[in-house]
Write a protein that binds this ligand. Structure first.
Ligand code: ARG
Ligand code: ZN
Length: 891
């Protein structure tokens, strides 16, 4: 077992293996309790490595036989220590045959081969393949696979693996088999098999070069009517990658399989992507607009991995952002393009901004917090104990921001040239982040050495900006200074390359063309300044009046911008900033200031000026509804907590409630008018324009319900009952639940009754209750509700979606209730983390992270949290996953 004493792995210690595997033939005799796995590996000596034994990793395996054919006197000598088999072999090639027995039913970790609803599924990234058979389970070993599956025909009529189907047929005893071959060499983390009772939605399409390919979305019977959107998303993704990067599907068949028990979102196994049902299944009655949007982006993400991840993969797990940061960037660009296309030429800029805002909200709430705590790490970490703990917002989302900065600095064409060069050099290889950045540098004839610091330094950089206006010469001097706060193990930081997109707004609200000192002509109204030193001054000349700076437009770098702006200036930018992202950001900054002043006791009411600025933006009919919905949504609670020192969840919650009530009440007529104006008629279709209207309508219900407005509550009740799609039904339910309305319990019960057999919809129902605020004191603490819901028949600690919905929402999205002053939430957390750890360490570790930033909280909370962290750390048999998280929190 890999518990207790997992050592720290360091990036600097990377060594190539003495032996790799050229090809592997796998034979699975599938049985729920005792699956036999026969493996035949052709091992080859690695000329790039020093001499040594063949090394094969194994975990939770029962070894039945091992046979080695190889040259040399010592050939075949076997040692086993710390989960690694070492086999001596001479010569250049050796054949190793190993048979193992595994128990899929007992595998509650959902890593390796496991059962879900009677079917067999695998998850091998990062280190699950070693739970199937002995193998050099590292991404730098790329082998060709053939796979034979054998199973009971009635229980598992469908047998899938990577690549192309070679043959299938019947076997005695009601069993059958299928044989698959993957023509592309791949690392073991991309291996997959599925054996289950499923049906497929199928489509045949032609690739850009005219090859016919078969696309399949495999789901349980009864879910075919929910798989159309995933299929369409797949086809859109294929077209986009052909058009944008000239990258085509390289297989004859591409499969997506949906499974209800899955640790993460989805997995890009070669030709056989396995997805959490949450990111496949959608129909209007059960999925919201946001679900549709998420499905489109996750399908795209996994599909894009076929090139960025699979054809070119990672040398070692420290390079994870090589594939994840790049692929998140690609899926973000894809979604922005899809939204822009749907919006048409008029609405494209705003549609892209809405997507950017979504992504930045996630970054600020999740990644900034991570960067400010004990788990802070560079996008390419230097060490880990458990790699599964490093599938983080930093590696993914900040990693994508780093790629985006390259795109900004090099331009669309320069970036594309860099991608082309990267593939021309590294197709079929396992490489490092340096290889990627070097290809970008070479293709563009630029030096990116300093840029590489983004891969080395943790922490969110601060960029402090100040301006000086000289009326006599019409010069505006903008001084930018950067500073990155210390993070664990990194006390000192070097200056980074920070692209700062800048605009200067005149007193009339219009952008001024920008001319830097020394330039002969004014240029564009937004330009990107490269901040490379600790401090730099940029002098803009030829201005007619003192400008208002609009900095970091489009969020051009993942930094915190520090700029002193008066309330008036924020309101001015809310009304006039030509950059829609910054217009939204001005509103967020103003809201943050108002809320934190309330929470800190520096103010006792929401200022009228803020209400007026908010109202003007809300009612600006020139802005599209999706953008207005973003602008009118308050900053995330997690982000605000991060901005508060010390973090005081109860005070923040009170401030948020007061702000929602004020805005709901003062603007009640505006909200009511919006509910009507935003109505979408006709049958539901997933369309970003309609989604924006529904989002703004739902937000209106939320504010009115928060304020206890009787007309608003009545509208929510009516909508809840008459809604014909999930976006509206759930929006109305959420408004009722986040209010003091007595209608909320009846609505929750009715919703449960309607969807009692629908696992994904019930997840929404669990999450809504776990995330509920207490709008009046008569309501019992949310923890009591959460405990009661754990006893619900639909809840299970073994299903990650249920855990994330109920416990995850409570721990991570309901700070005030979780951090109740009596410490009950903290004790509950310890209890659940330990219980989960015994089943599924990856899921337990994700829940454990909810308290990692405990040192940021007020002293009373800290003294309630510390003993619970210690209690978890002392639990017998604790996994290295949870140990790493809690150990770092207590360090
Ligand atoms: N590569 C997958 C994705 O980003 C994530 C798999 C993570 N799995 C894990 N057990 N850590 O799409
Ligand atoms: Zn990914």
């Amino acid at each position: 077992m890999k518990t207790e004493h997992a050592p720290t792995i360091r990036r600097a210690d990377y060594q190539p293996l003495a032996w790799t595997v050229e090809r592997i033939d796998l034979h699975f005799s599938l049985d729920p309790d005792a699956t036999l796995v026969k493996s035949r590996m052709v091992c080859v000596r690695n000329p790039a490595a020093e001499e040594g034994p063949i090394r094969l990793w194994g975990e939770a395996l029962e070894r039945l036989s091992l046979l080695v054919e190889g040259a040399g006197p010592a050939a075949g000598t076997v040692r086993e220590a710390d989960g690694v088999l070492e086999i001596d072999a001479g010569g250049e090639r050796a054949v190793v045959e190993v048979t193992t027995r595994i128990d899929p039913r007992a595998n509650t970790t959902l890593s390796g081969l496991y059962l879900s609803n009677g079917g067999f599924f695998t998850q091998c990234e990062a280190e699950g393949f070693r739970r199937i058979t002995y193998f050099p389970d590292r991404p730098d070993v790329m082998a060709r696979y053939t796979v034979t599956l054998e199973a009971d025909r009635a229980a598992c009529p469908v047998l899938l693996s990577n690549g192309n189907l070679l043959e299938e047929g019947d076997l005695p005893g009601g069993r059958h088999y299928a044989r698959w071959e993957d023509p592309f060499p791949k690392p073991s983390y991309l291996f997959a098999l599925v054996a289950a009772k499923l049906v497929a939605l199928e489509r045949t399409v032609a690739t850009a070069s005219g090859r016919e390919v078969l696309l399949q979305v495999w789901v349980e019977e009864g879910n075919l009517d929910r798989s159309e959107h995933a299929m369409e998303s797949l086809i859109h993704s294929m077209r986009w990658d052909e058009e944008t990067f000239g990258l085509e599907l390289d297989l004859d068949r591409f499969m997506i399989v949906a499974v209800g028990d899955f640790n993460m979102g989805a997995m890009e196994n070669k030709g056989l992507n396995i997805f959490n049902t949450k990111f496949v299944l959608a129909k209007p009655d059960t999925a919201t607009d946001v679900d549709y949007e998420n499905i489109e982006s996750v399908v795209a993400h996994e599909y894009f991995h076929n090139w960025t991840g699979n054809r070119v993969t990672c040398r070692d797990w420290f390079q994870l952002t090589l594939k994840e940061g790049l692929t998140v960037f690609r899926d973000q660009q894809f979604s922005a393009d899809m939204l822009a296309r749907a919006a048409g030429p008029e609405g494209a800029v705003s549609a892209r901004a809405v997507k950017r805002i979504d992504d930045v909200r996630v970054l600020r709430a999740a990644q900034f917090a991570e960067d400010a705590g004990p788990m802070a790490h560079p996008i390419r970490p230097d060490s880990y104990r458990e790699i599964n703990n490093f599938y983080t917002a930093t590696v993914y989302e900040k990693g994508a921001e780093v790629i985006r900065m390259l795109h900004t600095l090099l331009g669309t064409e320069g970036f594309r040239n860099g991608m082309d060069l990267y593939f021309s050099y590294h197709d079929g290889q396992a490489v490092t982040c340096d290889d990627f950045v070097e290809a970008m540098a070479e293709a563009n004839g630029v030096d990116l050495d300093q840029f590489m610091r983004w891969y080395e330094q943790a922490g969110t950089p601060r960029v402090k900006a100040s301006g000086a206006w000289d009326a006599a010469s019409g010069t505006y001097a903008l001084t930018l200074a950067q500073h990155t706060p210390p993070t664990p193990g990194q006390p000192e930081k070097q200056p980074l390359v920070i692209p700062v997109a800048v605009g200067l707004i005149g007193p009339d609200g219009r952008d001024r063309p920008l001319r830097l000192e020394g330039e002969s002509q004014p240029g564009a109204t937004t330009r990107v300044l490269a901040l490379t030193a600790a401090g730099q001054t940029f002098r803009f000349v030829g201005l007619d009046a003192e400008p208002v700076p609009s900095l970091l437009r489009g969020f051009s770098a993942p930094v915190v911008l520090e700029l002193d702006e008066t309330d008036e200036r924020l309101a001015f930018r809310m009304a006039h900033d030509a950059d829609p992202f910054n217009r939204w950001d001005a509103a967020q900054r103003y809201a943050e200031r108002v809320i934190l002043a309330l929470a800190g006791g520096q103010a006792s009411a929401v200022p009228q000026a803020f209400v007026a600025a908010f109202r003007a933006l809300l009612n600006d009919a020139a802005l599209d509804p999706a953008f207005r919905a973003q602008a009118a949504a308050l900053p995330a609670e997690a982000y605000l907590l991060e901005r508060m020192s010390p973090a005081d969840p109860a005070a923040l919650r009170a401030a948020l409630i007061a702000t929602m009530r004020t805005l709901g009440g003062a603007l009640a007529d505006d909200w009511l008018a919006l509910i009507d104006a935003m109505r979408v008629d006709g049958a539901y279709r997933y369309h970003p324009g309609d989604a924006g209207r529904r989002a703004l309508g739902n937000l209106a219900l939320r504010y009115l319900a928060a304020a206890g407005d009787a007309r608003g509550l009545a509208a929510a009740s009516t909508r809840f009952e008459s809604a014909t799609d999930m976006t509206e039904r759930f929006g109305a339910l959420a408004a009722l639940v986040q209010s003091t309305s007595p209608a909320r319990e009846a609505a929750l019960a009715a919703f449960h009754e309607r969807y009692r057999d629908d696992a994904l919809v019930l997840d929404k129902w669990f999450a809504l209750q776990a995330g509920a605020w207490r709008w009046d004191d008569a309501v019992a603490p949310t923890l009591e509700r959460v405990r009661a819901l754990m006893a619900d028949a639909a809840f299970s600690l073994s299903n990650p979606n249920k855990v994330y919905a109920l416990l995850g929402t409570f721990f991570r999205a309901n700070a005030a209730e979780f951090h109740a002053a009596d410490g009950s939430g903290h004790a509950f957390w310890a209890e659940q983390v330990v219980a989960l750890d015994a089943k599924n360490p990856q899921v337990a570790a994700r829940m454990a992270r909810a308290l990692e930033n405990w040192c940021r909280y007020a002293p009373a909370l800290q003294s309630s949290i510390r003993p619970q962290l210690e209690r978890v750390l002392a639990a017998p048999g604790l996994s290295s996953d949870v140990q790493e998280i809690v150990g770092k929190a207590l360090a």
